[in-house]
Design a protein around this ligand. Structure first.
Ligand SMILES: [Zn+2]
Length: 323
């Protein structure tokens, strides 16, 4: 096989997390909130609930991707900015010059080719070059979105501000009635069982997509290595849950409740884990529609989370003929 499609859906209980924060108002840092609509007794209700943004998940995956590429021997190409976790991704001419150390090609197809060849993160995760009226874009080959609380929990999830202080009373840094030392501050924490969604489509990795004449043309000679790195990065990203903010002092308590990973020869997505029976629904779907689709799942008390992830990645690699 030349391509494989992975779809990952899961439910993960996360306690006391500050993984996705929005603005701070004075000394108060807010957790991200989103509206979620729910069908209830013949009508609909809206809940404002804590959420973790897809951007935050995408950032995490791309950081692992960059590091995995650079750790290979020999390393795979990653541009100067992406290698430092700065995902400006060829936004304009100045960014391009800084990232690749040269001016961008005038031809749109050549520009996409240059970026794909020079940076695995932008090859896999896409980019948008917008400069002087010229727009060249590459759609990301992976898809992710907001983590929101699961359906049964919507009435019971909480966001709570926690007071913190770095006062050092009794030291010369805090004088009576004069300097106040460092301000007290509040951080909003949330606890909820969240849904998790992530798809990876390997079809266009290492291939151009922007100009229709060249869409799907292979432009690298290390595509297999790139797929190997994308899959290894995904494995590490999942097993170590490498996304989210504020983890140095608000490291959350994480318990995976279930996960379902499909590996297919063509686009095939696992149903939404918002409702509890999603693994059952995935099996029913697989009976009706299958592109050589295999499911790897874990539910609390049935199998292990690590096995589901490792076996799915192994299957994908086998299909792509990667050792
Ligand atoms: Zn880059």
């Amino acid at each position: 096989m030349d391509e494989v499609f992975l779809s990952i859906r899961g439910r993960v209980l996360i306690n006391v997390e500050a993984l996705s924060m929005t603005e701070s108002v004075g000394n108060y840092v807010k957790h991200r909130r989103v509206p979620v609509i729910l069908q209830e007794e013949g009508g609909y209700s809206v809940y404002f609930v804590p959420a973790i943004s897809g951007e935050s998940i995408a950032h995490g995956y791309q950081e692992v991707l960059a590091q995995t590429a650079l750790n290979m021997n020999p390393p795979l190409p990653v541009c100067k900015l992406c290698s430092k976790g700065i995902f400006l991704k060829s936004t304009n001419e100045n960014v391009f010059k800084e990232a690749f150390g040269k001016s961008s090609p005038k031809d749109d197809n050549e520009l996409e080719k240059e970026i794909i060849k020079g940076c695995l993160v932008e090859d896999v995760g896409g980019f948008l070059y917008a400069h002087g009226g010229r727009n060249v874009k590459r759609t990301s080959n992976f898809y992710t979105g907001y983590m929101i609380p699961v359906r049964e929990s919507l009435q019971n999830v909480v966001i709570e501000p926690q007071l913190h202080t770095r006062y050092a009373l009794g030291t010369s840094f805090v004088k009576k009635g004069a300097e106040r030392g460092q301000m007290i501050y509040y951080v909003e924490l949330a606890s909820a069982p969240y849904v998790f969604s992530f798809d990876l489509d390997t079809k266009y990795i290492g291939k151009t997509t922007f100009t229709y004449q060249n869409a799907g043309k292979l432009v690298v000679n290390d595509r297999k290595m790139r797929l190997h790195v994308a899959l290894n990065a995904l494995k590490k990203f999942l097993l170590e849950m490498m996304f989210g903010a504020k983890k140095t002092r608000f490291l959350p308590i994480v318990d995976w409740e279930s996960i379902c990973i499909s590996v297919s020869d063509d686009v095939w997505t696992v149903p939404s884990p918002f409702t509890k029976d999603y693994i059952e629904r995935a099996k029913l779907k697989q009976e009706k529609v299958s592109y050589n689709t295999k499911l790897y799942s874990f539910e609390f008390g049935k199998g292990s989370f690590e096995d589901a992830v490792l076996n799915a990645i192994e299957d994908a690699k086998k299909r792509l003929d990667i050792i």
